[in-house]
Write a protein that binds this ligand. Structure first.
Ligand code: ZN
Length: 438
């Protein structure tokens, strides 16, 4: 009973909290605030009033999401809602679907293929569970997403209209849904078909899928959201070629992404492995920054490539997943009976499984963000060494404070938990040190 009441409370909080953030009135006054970083008496850079105001809203939003989402998932388990939902699908939906033409023929085939371990009925319930659950979560968080859209406009971070945003929002959800159906569908099927060795099979499938995703994502998914064109400017191409030759990097192609159709923020990235890689530059970067500053950003991205950060990150996440799968088998075998599931393979445990993964994700966040900040430091060092433009680097970091409304100083606890990049004051100090060494 207590679990049920707490569940209702959490649902109400998720639905209503955006109203509280809006009513705080901070966003409504944002347009009047300056986004120019301030200079303190000692000459050091300070966050702009606008960046400080934005942070006042985004920090509680971040913490709320971090705490309420796993709580919601766990309460769905302990209130009995997760079990009820599986039973409801079996009673209400399955009998109708079983009458569909071809169902029994396909069922016979699947049973023969899996040696009577996995039926089409089970598969159908699993896929319906995952899809409807994802839709429910999306709708529950819809006010939160709508508020984020409003917030980005209040702070002039977004240039996207409502309908264009809605298109991206649901397209992104569709891709996430397909990935979840494929990933968790295969996971639950393997749990049922191979009750003992499923972590090995799941690990293998995950490994192939992740490598394929990293290679294909820029070719298949990015173009669904952005227009991508090869860089035409011969001067920019030449500058990039000089730097990549110097660093011994082979570049396949350099592209511009039309990010300005959606955002005012600035970014760039490097993708691919081995002999061929691609560079993607946000057009906002090219429009707002001097050639020297653009060079620093490209050199930073090259630093990631030279230090093999993408490859190491990929191998690291594969290793982490393999360990996680064996830990998951240990955990599932111990808890399924106590939680009222039919077995470790019961899809009624899906919310609880997501909740556990979310909790592990939160607990390991300081570790992974620490690794990320270390890698970003390496890329900054590389950028300063290869471009030899520390003044431009310092100007560029100030640009992040202005255009991305990033804070210049971040409290230590917040940096440890949330920051994937070193705070701007540290990055600027590094560039200034390089200037003095010249
Ligand atoms: Zn970076």
């Amino acid at each position: 009973m207590l679990a049920k009441k707490t569940l209702y409370l959490i649902i109400a909080l998720i639905l209503l909290s955006p109203l509280a953030y809006y009513s705080a009135g901070i966003g409504q006054q944002a347009r009047a605030l300056s986004q120019e970083p301030l200079i303190a008496d000692d000459g050091s850079l300070q966050s702009s009033p606008k960046a400080v105001a934005l942070h006042k809203l985004t920090l509680p939003m971040r913490i709320e999401r971090m705490l309420l989402y796993p709580a919601l998932l766990m309460l769905l388990q302990f209130s009995g809602a997760a079990l009820w939902f599986r039973g409801w699908l079996e009673r209400r939906w399955l009998p109708n679907l079983e009458r569909a033409p071809g169902f029994s023929a396909l069922d016979r085939w699947l049973l023969r293929f899996t040696r009577k371990r996995f039926s089409l009925g089970e598969a159908t319930v699993i896929l319906l569970y995952i899809a409807l659950f994802a839709l429910g979560i999306r709708l529950l968080y819809l006010p939160f997403s709508l508020y984020s859209f409003v917030l980005r406009h209040q702070f002039d971070l977004s240039t996207q209209g409502f309908f264009a945003w809605q298109r991206d929002f649901w397209l992104g959800w569709g891709i996430a849904l397909l990935t979840a159906l494929l990933g968790y569908g295969v996971f639950y099927a393997l749990l049922k078909i191979s009750p003992r060795r499923w972590p090995v099979w799941t690990g293998l499938v995950f490994t192939v899928f992740t490598i394929g995703y990293v290679l294909l994502e820029p070719l298949l998914i990015t173009p669904l959201f952005y227009e991508i064109t090869p860089v035409a400017d011969p001067a920019l191409r030449q500058r990039i070629k000089t730097m990549t030759d110097q660093a011994g990097v082979n570049i396949d192609e350099i592209y511009v992404i039309d990010a300005s159709s959606k955002t005012n923020a600035v970014n760039a990235c490097f993708t691919g492995f081995g002999g061929a890689s691609k560079i993607f530059l946000w057009d906002t970067l090219l429009n707002k920054h001097s050639p020297d500053e653009v060079d620093v950003v490209i050199a930073h991205e090259m630093g990631h490539w030279v230090h093999k950060h993408v490859l190491i990150g990929l191998l690291g996440s594969i290793a982490f997943t393999w360990i996680g799968l064996f830990a998951l088998r240990w955990w599932l075998n111990r808890v399924w009976q106590k939680l009222g599931w039919r077995g470790p393979f019961d899809v009624a445990g899906y919310p609880c499984l997501l909740g556990m993964m979310s909790i592990v994700g939160i607990l390991t966040m300081p570790l992974f963000n620490g690794i990320s900040r270390y890698a970003e430091n390496q890329a900054d060092d590389f950028a300063l060494a290869i471009s030899q433009k520390p003044e431009a680097a310092a100007v560029m970091f100030e640009g992040f404070a202005r255009e991305n409304l990033s804070l210049v100083h971040i409290p230590a606890w917040e940096k440890i938990i949330f920051s994937t990049h070193p705070p701007l004051n540290e990055r600027i100090a590094k560039a200034e040190k390089a200037m003095n060494n010249e």
